[in-house]
Design a protein around this ligand. Structure first.
Ligand SMILES: N[C@@H](CCC(=O)N[C@@H](CS)C(=O)NCC(=O)O)C(=O)O
Length: 210
């Protein structure tokens, strides 16, 4: 098995953190997004949707979509359970994973795509006004997350889960786009410090530039 996508870049980082939490090691193959490698014939044979990450199995089957990849890994290596251990936990993890991905991350993504100059190579038409609309949406979603984290150690309850990985990734994207965590969101700050300090996060950061 191998994973196409640079491990510290965006969605592939989610898979890298997930694997680190499982204590698993699957090699990553760099894909030069800024150079347009994912739009070339070789990559399109792996994923015609031109997105990383892609998990390529030994028989050549390709799985894309971060959560599909993580679910496959969870089925093969159930411990520690990162999608919940019983019907209730699984439902709550699913609920939070979807809220974070479809509301918080969706807004953050639009801010990044429409305001970060370096991303223009991927998003040739950048609409600053659209970035601003989404900056507000992202801030509201962070406030809602703060409400949850006021009562809960982790995003989906008392156990670390894939929802924490998605939320960490979303907030790393926010920082990149200059979206500040609202000053009132002390619980998000507490949680962020906690999940950032986990070996799964620190061991998957990009190498320091010399
Ligand atoms: N829904 C996909 C999103 C994957 C995605 O957006 N990947 C980005 C890198 S983080 C990408 O390949 N971007 C290439 C582009 O926008 O052209 C997933 O969850 O894996």
């Amino acid at each position: 098995m191998k994973i196409h996508g640079t491990p510290w870049g965006g969605n592939p980082r989610r898979v890298a953190i997930f694997l680190a939490e499982k204590g698993m090691d699957i090699p990553f193959v760099d894909v030069d997004l800024m150079g347009g490698e994912h739009r070339g014939e070789a990559f399109r044979a792996l994923n015609p949707w031109e997105l990383v990450p892609v998990l390529e199995l030994d028989d050549g089957t390709c799985i894309s979509e971060t959560i599909a990849i993580c679910r496959y890994i969870e089925e093969l290596h159930p411990e520690p359970a990162l999608f919940g251990r019983d019907p209730l936990e699984r439902a709550l993890v699913e609920m939070w994973q979807r809220r974070i991905e479809l509301v918080l991350y969706a807004a953050v993504r639009e801010v990044v795509r429409h305001s970060v100059p370096a991303i223009r190579v991927l998003e040739p038409v950048q609409l600053p006004e659209w970035a601003e609309v989404n900056r507000g949406r992202a801030a509201r979603a962070i406030e809602r997350l703060d409400g949850q984290l006021a009562a809960s150690e982790f995003v989906a309850g008392s156990r670390y889960s894939v929802a924490d990985i998605t939320a960490l990734f979303a907030l790393e994207g926010s920082a990149r786009a200059g979206i500040e965590i609202p000053g009132s969101c002390k619980h998000v700050e507490r949680w962020l410090a906690q999940v950032r300090a986990r070996p799964s996060s620190t061991s998957t950061l990009p190498p320091a530039r010399g």
